[in-house]
Ligand binder design. Sequence first.
Ligand code: ATP
Ligand code: MG
Length: 434
Amino acid sequence: MARRNGKARSGMVGILDVGSSKVCCLIARLDGEGPPRVIGAGHQVSAGVRAGVIVDMEAAEQAIRNAVHAAEAMAGETLREVVVAATAGGPLSRRLDVEVAIDGQAVADTDLRRIQVQIAAFGDGGAPRLNGNGHVNGTARPSELELLHAIPLGYALDGHRVDDPRGMHGQRLGAAAHLVSVRAGALRTLRTVVESCHLDIEQIVAPPVAAGLATLVEDEMDLGATVLDMGAGTTNIAVFNDRRLVYADQVPIGGAHVTNDVARGLSTPLAHAERMKTLYGSAMPGAHDDIDIVDVPQVGEPDAYAANHVPRSLLNGIIGPRLEETFELVRARLADSGAAPLAGRRLVLVGGASQLSGVRELAALVLDKQVRLGRPLRLRGLADALAGPAFAVPAGLVAYAAEHSGDYGVPEPLPTGEAAGLIGRVGSWLREHL
Ligand SMILES: Nc1ncnc2c1ncn2[C@@H]1O[C@H](COP(=O)(O)OP(=O)(O)OP(=O)(O)O)[C@@H](O)[C@H]1O
Ligand SMILES: [Mg+2]
């Protein structure tokens, strides 16, 4: 498929985010001037998706069809192609260093292509893992992974970092890339389901890429910032530094786990637990929690009088620990992967579950960062209902489709003959230079 390299495009784009709690389809018009304008939106309660992975193809297909039809009806257009977010048991973050011999010549475009070939060749295996994502790591063999993004991190000539090596002389040209992969099987299932809705997949994007593109401001992207997309079934981590995604990971806990804990802990139906959580719940204890009383309808008791009356401290005593656990896992992932020094002081929270009261304060405490709540930037025409933090990933997919594809795309594999010349993977020069 012909794609431009990092250039803005014009026309229409469609995106699809198949989440654990909602499916969202957006259609946006790109006129080359200003941010994309949303002309159609459909969102719909998700079905058949657990922790971002499709577990019931028929149910998921129906939910996707409904969301797409709603967006098409609003836009008055028919979608043929979509850019799709894929959690698919990922993301798996790996870092790859490659090197080719230049032998004193000036670096030419063909050398950069040789570098690209190396990166593409290593894409599905070999590169060391950065993260500890339970779904993929430890169990998946390289062939079970599919590469979504190979993000260039920089070049080095004879071990010295250079911005653009073309025309420079040296012996060895090195490059580093950040590879983001997902589970190949889960991705194939997602593809099958989307295609059964008569949609071609233009591009597949890892949700952390989209979350960052939608919400980070320029300074945050430059100086280093972490984005947490707190969804229903997953919490996605993205670390941006020097304008690039340098680390992506996922903790398999989200807002649905909090709701489940409340339902179980207070013996109340899930729908009530969800309502109590959003209306009265907080991640942080409040001064009046012991005297504030909330009604808890009991499972199997249709009569409101049969409700239990419990202090709010009981509710928050269930919610707080689950969120604390989530943030502690995030902190451990950042520390274990070596991404912590790149992650910056700034933490941006998005996703539906970031709307819980007290989440910002708790995140600041556990992760020791300046925390702000994010919402989609760089998109026009978003109705209020779609401008909230739960729609960061859909908005980021539109931004990606509009202009960023070239920066994050997988390098096109070249004919194998050109792949000759690999010296080997080199040391971690980039870590020292970043
Ligand atoms: N006001 C609120 N306060 C607390 N939690 C909320 C609020 N609104 C929504 N949530 C929670 O947000 C979650 C849904 O978030 P989101 O729409 O980002 O998930 P998703 O994209 O479908 O899931 P995932 O990304 O995990 O696959 C639900 O668990 C819901 O309970
Ligand atoms: Mg989501």
